[in-house]
Design a protein around this ligand. Structure first.
Ligand SMILES: Nc1ncnc2c1ncn2[C@@H]1O[C@H](COP(=O)(O)OP(=O)(O)OP(=O)(O)O)[C@@H](O)[C@H]1O
Length: 301
């Protein structure tokens, strides 16, 4: 298997202040392979923004290992941090002012990172990237002359201007309606398919899952479940997408049982484990004859 473009191993981030300690990330493990397009979803406060701050080089983990495109994020300082943010990763933020300069046209915004990096052949590349994200017709307009969706598609073109290995998108569709969101997600998908850019989209938006092949759910600062989508053919020959949900298990065997399972079997504090031929049995400890929640290795039932 290739070296992952995003690699998090046992990442911990603790915030301390006023005598209070918050464990925003509690030993998070995540691998995103080169060329993968993944959505990271989770309830408010689950740790998504904290993880994205670390991956973007704006924050440092308290413990653990975090690498993006082979760059170790724990000892990133000064000039290496700037080079990382300029060339290795591209960003799309929810708020337009963070993505685009208001007094530059779309084309000038896309050209700017290339100018800063001293990249040649800028003019042709600007036109190509705006076409790729579906906003070639907007090149001479400033952000205030663009719709919210067009602004975000220009932001995607800006993010890939210096050909980064990885794009990190933070709620890129947060302020858009469903139709416009779909256009922005299609722009990200075109970039992923045409250029092979590894893409991680952090979002609350449940419709994002329909545009990616992998959705990772984060709960209490750890990855808890993953949904993988693949094309399938049904008996009548029609093509359709099949989505399958898996529990995430780490190297030492930790996994999170879904809250629904815990509630329906009244599981708390401790359970009995049993090893069967092809699966592990989990039984509430204090219910001698209660039904068991079986964990099948091919998925969570
Ligand atoms: N700078 C900080 N100081 C103290 N606590 C923080 C800080 N940043 C985040 N937290 C806490 O860490 C936890 C995770 O926050 P985070 O913003 O990563 O969650 P999130 O999943 O991105 O939420 P949302 O979807 O609402 O943005 C929360 O309990 C939050 O209050």
């Amino acid at each position: 298997m290739d070296t992952p473009d995003i690699l998090c191993e046992e990442v911990v981030r603790i915030f301390r202040g006023d005598g209070i300690e918050v464990q925003a990330l509690q030993g998070l493990n995540l691998r995103v392979q080169p060329g993968e397009m993944t959505a990271l979803v989770g309830a408010s406060g689950s740790g998504k923004s904290t993880l994205l701050s670390i991956l973007s080089g704006l924050d440092t983990p308290t413990a653990g290992r975090a690498q993006v495109a082979g760059v170790d994020l724990l000892d990133l300082t000064g000039a290496r941090r700037s080079a990382y943010q300029r060339n290795t990763v591209g960003f799309v933020w929810q708020q337009t002012p963070r993505n685009l300069l208001p007094y530059l046209t779309a084309a000038e915004n896309v050209a700017l990172p290339m100018t800063i990096s001293g990249r040649k052949g800028r003019k042709g590349r600007v036109a190509e990237l705006l076409e790729l994200t579906g906003v070639g017709h907007c090149s001479e307009r400033t952000p205030s002359q663009l719709s919210g969706g067009e602004q975000q598609r220009v932001a995607v073109a800006v993010a890939i201007a210096n050909a980064p290995r990885v794009i990190l998108a933070d709620e890129p569709t947060g302020e858009l309606d469903e139709q416009t969101s779909a256009e922005v997600l299609e722009a990200l998908r075109s970039v992923n398919e045409e250029l092979g850019t590894t893409t991680l989209i952090v979002t609350h938006d449940p419709t994002v899952s329909e545009h990616v092949t992998r959705t990772v759910q984060i709960r209490d600062g750890r990855c808890s479940t993953e949904t993988l989508r693949r094309a399938g053919v049904s008996d009548d020959g029609n093509h359709h997408m099949i989505a399958e949900e898996f529990a995430v298990i780490d190297r030492v065997g930790r996994l999170q049982l879904p809250q629904g399972f815990m509630r329906s079997l009244d599981i708390q504090d401790r359970v009995r484990l049993g090893l069967e031929d092809d699966h592990v049995r989990v039984t509430p400890a204090d219910a001698a004859n209660s039904p068991a929640a079986d964990i099948d290795p091919s998925g969570v039932r």
